[in-house]
Structure formats: structure tokens, C-alpha cells
Ligand binder design. Sequence first.
Ligand SMILES: Cc1cc2nc3c(=O)[nH]c(=O)nc-3n(C[C@H](O)[C@H](O)[C@H](O)COP(=O)(O)OP(=O)(O)OC[C@H]3O[C@@H](n4cnc5c(N)ncnc54)[C@H](O)[C@@H]3O)c2cc1C
Length: 392
Amino acid sequence: MVSSPQPPAPAGADIAQIRQAVAALCARFPGEYWRALDRERGYSRDFVQALTQGGFLGCLIPEEYGGSGLGIGAAAAILEEVHKSGCNGAACHAQMYIMGTLLRHGSPAQKQKWLPGIASGEVRLQAFGVTEPTAGTDTTALRTTAKRDGERYIVNGQKIWTSRVEHSDLMLLLARTSPRRDERRADGLSVFLVDLRDAVGKGVTIRPIRTMMNHATTEVFFDNLAVPSENLIGEEGKGFRYILDGMNAERILIAAECVGDARWFIAKATDYAKSRVVFGRPIGQNQGVQFPIAKAYAQSEAAALMVERAAQLYEGGRPCGKEANMAKLLAADASWQAADMCIQTHGGFGFAEEYDIERKFRETRLYQVAPISTNLILAYLAEHVLGLPRSY
Ligand SMILES: Cc1cc2nc3c(=O)[nH]c(=O)nc-3n(C[C@H](O)[C@H](O)[C@H](O)COP(=O)(O)OP(=O)(O)OC[C@H]3O[C@@H](n4cnc5c(N)ncnc54)[C@H](O)[C@@H]3O)c2cc1C
């Protein structure tokens, strides 16, 4: 997987300023805000609006289209800071990177039409329709079809786990435009921009899925949905490659969120271990309590270095599939270990809603499975980096 060149990230001081600005914004959305939404499975509209207005979600869009033209390192810093502050970027992180497919493979007319609105947040591109119930991780087995009919395509089929679609104006959709051939499995899939403002109720039905954490995810059904052929991105049949192109960015950014989560858990556990007194001394004086915190710290710092390395390669337009995958793997493991350690450090209080730990614990668990599961990253490293036989 080779990433496209990106403009360089701003110098260290600028990233530090971005972090400060994001932290200040996040301070306006404390634990109570997230807890109330979590109970109701509500969407964090005000938080998303604040990030949009701050220009953070358009940071990867080039300046000529109204974005700030920053590099992936800056985007990673923004999302890490969101998570380190106890907030959750899952409500909107896709607005940052889904547009990459349009930016790299869209026509000049498509970019001019859509990117300025996406950069300003006026047009929300939050939804990414890839996963299907029967295909699972085997994306090329997907069954949703788009059949050409004059100046439009007619879409039929079903997606699952399409997150944020109820809070999005556009969806990037991967559908089959010609039958799968075993010898060329990556061919025959195409990418479309679906304008949901025209489509819901006219060929698109959305059914929310309640999950263990607050994630605004859904099932989406397509029943003879008409999509104008001008909404096809790039060449027909090449869509799977276009989607793969964007995956390094997605992995780096999700990894940055995991690093942020890990840092939040570690800070929370450290503070508590210093102040909670049992048997006449702070619990953090016991090695049985302090070692897991120290270990989580070392793991999260190592993961952060890998995220940084992957981001540097990506920004330099160099191959970074190995590093982006390892960043995602290490960071998701670090945040999950830190989450477990944080509950353990807090004893019974770790389970109390008002501490926010059990909420963050549920939220960070997702990243062992999505957007790519840990096993599939290991399979990638085994096969493509170590040269072991393909296992599936
Ligand atoms: C909350 C949530 C939000 C999501 N949001 C989106 C979204 O917005 N858009 C979207 O398109 N998708 C989304 N997804 C889907 C997500 O990307 C998939 O769930 C994930 O890629 C795993 O696919 P699957 O669930 O089909 O698992 P499966 O492919 O069925 O796999 C099940 C288990 O088997 C393992 N496994 C499968 N094959 C192998 C193998 N060959 N070797 C070893 N282990 C294997 C997997 O690692 C996994 O643990 C979301 C999922 C969740 C839960």
C-alpha cells in the first residue's frame, strides 16, 4: 500500500498550538456531557459542531478547496488530543479521511463540487459503506450491486456497521459493478458518492444497531436506489484499490485515538494511585499497583513512536503499509491494556459510571475489531512483511 504525497505537517510549535487549541475545546465537553449521551445513545452534535467550526475536521483538505492543507501528523495530533481529553472522535473522525478517496481519485469537477463544502463542514461526509453481513472482512465477496442504466446506476443490497450515516449528507459506497472473478478478485468493485439527502426514503433505509458503546452505527438497505453516474469516483471496477489506498490514513488516525485513550487511562490511574489510601498508604506505593501502570505507559509510548513513524512516511509519500498496520496494532493493544489496568487500579470505583472509566473501556475495546481486526493485521505482517504463506 503506497500513500499519496501530503503537504508537510507544520513545525513542532504549530502542532503544539493545535494540541493546545483542541485540549481547550475538549475542556468544554467534560465527562458529564459524554455520560448523558452514552445513556441515551445520543449523537455528540455540539462537540462535532465545535470541532467543525474550529476547522479541525477539514485539516487534511488542501487549501485550494478551503481546508487547512495540513499533514496526517497534525490530524493524528488532533484526534489523539480529543481522546486524551476523555472525549470521543468516533462521532466524526471519518469526516477527516473518507474524503481522501475523492481527493486522490475524483475528477477535477467532482473535487470542485464537493470538497469546499466538506472542508467547511456544510456537507458532512461521515459515512463509509464497505462492510456487509455475509462478506465480513472478505471485502471482495460483497454482494451489493450497482448496475448501469443510462446516466445512472441502480443500487441493490445491504451494508452493515455503517456508522454515522444518520448524521451524514454523503456516503462513500463500495458496490459491485461486475461479477467477481476468482483470478482477479480486486476487480469489479466501484466507489460512489451517495447523496443521502436525496436517497433516504427513496431507495435507502437505515436501521440503527444498539451497541455496547455509543457509536451511532447502523444497517443500511438499498432497494433500487438511483445514483447519478457522475457520482462514480474514478474508473468503474477499480474501487477496491481506491479504498485500499485510504486505509493507511485511517489506520494511522485510529491508532492516534488509541494512543490518546491510553494516555487518558494512564493519567487517571496514576492520579488515583497517588491519592487512594488503603492500609495506611497510597495504593500506588505497592509494586503490584504501580508496575501495571508503568507497563501501560511504556507500551503506549512505544505505540506513539510507531504512529509518528507511520505519519512521517505517509507525509513523505513513502510506502507505509507496514508501519500504519503496526501502529494500529500496537496502539489498539496499548489502549486496551491501559483500560484494563485503569479499572484494576480503581478497584470497585472503576465500575462506577461517574468515573468515566467503564465508558472509555467500552469505547476503546472496539479498536481490537474495527476498522480492521487485530488478526487481519497480524496476517498482513506475516504474509506481506515476513513472507510467510498466505493463511486465508
Ligand atoms: C461499532 C462498529 C462500527 C463500524 N463502522 C464501520 C463503518 O463505518 N463502515 C464499514 O464499512 N464498516 C464498519 N465496521 C465494520 C468493521 O470494519 C468490521 O466489523 C471489521 O472489519 C471485522 O469484520 P466482521 O465484523 O465482518 O468480522 P469477520 O470478518 O466475520 O471476522 C470475525 C472474527 O474472525 C476473525 N477472522 C476472520 N477471518 C480471519 C482470518 N483469515 N484469519 C484470522 N482471523 C480471522 C476476525 O479477526 C474477527 O475477530 C464497524 C464495526 C463496528 C463493530
